[in-house]
Design a protein around this ligand. Sequence first.
Ligand code: GLN
Length: 304
Amino acid sequence: MAEKNHVKECETECVTVPAASCPCREVYEEGAALLAGMEDASLDARLLLEHFCGISTHRLLADPDLPVSAPEREAFLEGIRRRAAREPLAYILGEQIFMGLPFMVSPDVLIPEQDTENLVEEALRYLEDDSRILDLCTGSGCILLSLLRYSNGCTGTGTDISAPALRLAGENARALGLSGRCRWFQGDLFAALDPGVRFDLIISNPPYVPTVVIETLEPEVREAQPRLALDGGPDGLAFYRRIIREASGFLMIGGRLMLEIGHDQAEAVRTLLEEAGYYGIEIIRDYGGNDRVVTAVRSMKQRM
Ligand code: GLN
């Protein structure tokens, strides 16, 4: 039930105050209508309502007359307009859940994807207490930080070429209480690392989309997410070539390299690993049945 405009009486003047609130059901429906035709329109509208107005789906259903103030309604509708313009929901909310943990995100970083949880879950099988982990192209830090969160005593280093991405990774580490177990270095892949440092696990979800394919992706990826984090060069393999060549210099003998890959890149990446002398090469599928992770072990004969 909408509240009527009301008049506030003061000693010297009358001030007209606009309608102070609207029922949440009406506000929600107004927002959902603006997203009509988009995938997940009603889910996104409900999540935006919760974020901007503090009204959960449960409250929305149980108490449709719950009032939403005018400023909250305006903030919600602004969120809806951004979403209607194909801005990803995670950037509007400023957060994405990954491995059950909340990560702050901004347009400086790729939004953590469910596909990448396969990489983390696979890596957790190999981590031992006190493993030293290097995460290349760390972005929001979601891979490294979830590995640290779900293991005992492991320590980690994250590198990224983007300074704003690393700032966000640092904030995520603080928010998750993991700052004491990780360090961040700005640089191109291994460039910022001390040449003598060695890791037990090197992990990465590098940019792997072939340049021309980027244009075919959804606007939420193509327009909104950092191209730097997507563009894998003409054949999508540019970062795998460099990582596979250089990683042996930073891995312990017997240390493991784990990479997220695009669904059609497994054989090309396997060949690169074989040529570089890695062994124990395995390709792991995601829950959708696509090749998603490649792992291999550094051998004695590879260069230090
Ligand atoms: N998963 C992203 C996509 O194909 C690509 C991520 C990446 O390049 N690492 O939309």
